[in-house]
Design a protein around this ligand. Sequence first.
Ligand code: NAP
Ligand code: MG
Length: 406
Amino acid sequence: MAEKIIMKTPLVEMDGDEMTRIIWKMIKDILIYPYIDLKSEYYDLGLEHRNATKDQVTIDSAEATKRLGVAVKCATITPNAARVKEYNLDEMWKSPNGTIRAILDGTVFRKPILVNGITPYIPTWTKPITIARHAYGDIYKNTELKAEKGSKAEIVITDKDGKETRALIHDFKNSDGIVQGVHNLDSSIGSFARACFNYALDAKEDLWFASKDTISKTYDHRFKDIFAEIYEREYKAKFEEAGIEYFYTLIDDVVARVIRSEGGFIWACKNYDGDVMSDMLATAFGSLGLMTSVLVSPDGVYEYEAAHGTVTRHYYNYLKGEKTSTNPIATIFAWSGALRKRGELDGIAELCSFADKLEKASVQTMEDGIMDKNLAAMSKLPEKRVVDTETFLKEIAVRLDVLITE
Ligand code: NAP
Ligand code: MG
């Protein structure tokens, strides 16, 4: 066996819950520790420990990520009423992803892993489409009211000196109705734009952005203008040098172009568009088990994870002693993504090369027909072998060993 790869700066490691917590340990034991002298700052974001620390551990892990620059995160439970009971929680703690995203002021990029034998619903999509969702404001931070017939709705802005600016929304003369107030922030839109431009430069792929500025001449137009101003001032030269493009169009036009495309670009979306379109893309590309996710802050801090959750149903089967067939690929790619980024930042070529080989071995395993039950149901390969998670990982290790000794 070759010497283990030595790291310089530690990774921030955020452990999680349920089935993905089990897989987390297996990945480290089978695919990481044998090859890398892993340096990590470990934070246990498992729900029990979040509760024990009053969620301080989540904040600490985000602060550590800011300090060290790269994190890898396991899926975590976002508690609801049922979880409060199940885990006997002191409080319904907030979504860790939401907390981390707010502290890092980050944007989430989701990218599917393409595998021969798993065909996207759109056959022309031969390259991945990465989607970025602006995760602040709009209808997700709205104020809504019902309006009775005979009433009048207005927008009022009171400035710092108390001066009011009013605009009529609607005069409800003839019918009851509904009203909604939404907002966004120049600072948040700017952070989103920078995260997207940086990611595009990193990936060397074109960036597409769209809104409905023809209809929304102040609100959506502000998004278009902020993107354009930041692009011109800070990124145009870098994009030209990298040979990539920034492209703005209307949201309905972009949907048509995405469907007709061959993939291979980044699609930046306003909050609602991203909510809807990321589910559309995940489904159209095939499987949640093959969807990766990375949170990127405007100042270039990266947190890698799988897009799927903790796979609760499989975990309950696991607790009953059954062997489960859960797909570890997206979680492996979270590790490879984080290790590669660490390697790039610290100038450790072997770490980047290991990440490449780990991803290659993972894809090869599935293309050899070895996969989990859900993927097998979708695969068009003639010969398939459904395996449990541990066997899946060991098959990847076999192929990884070949690639490493080549
Ligand atoms: P989920 O964990 O993504 O699982 C939903 C279903 O998708 C599974 O039951 C399974 O289908 C399939 N699936 C997902 N990942 C898979 C994989 N790797 N391999 C094979 N099948 C996979 O979503 P959920 O059940 O709605 O949520 C469970 C918990 O995860 C919740 O507590 C939620 O708060 C949390 N969550 C966390 C994150 C995060 O940390 N980023 C994201 C989403 C949800 P079958 O049952 O049909 O096999
Ligand atoms: Mg959604």
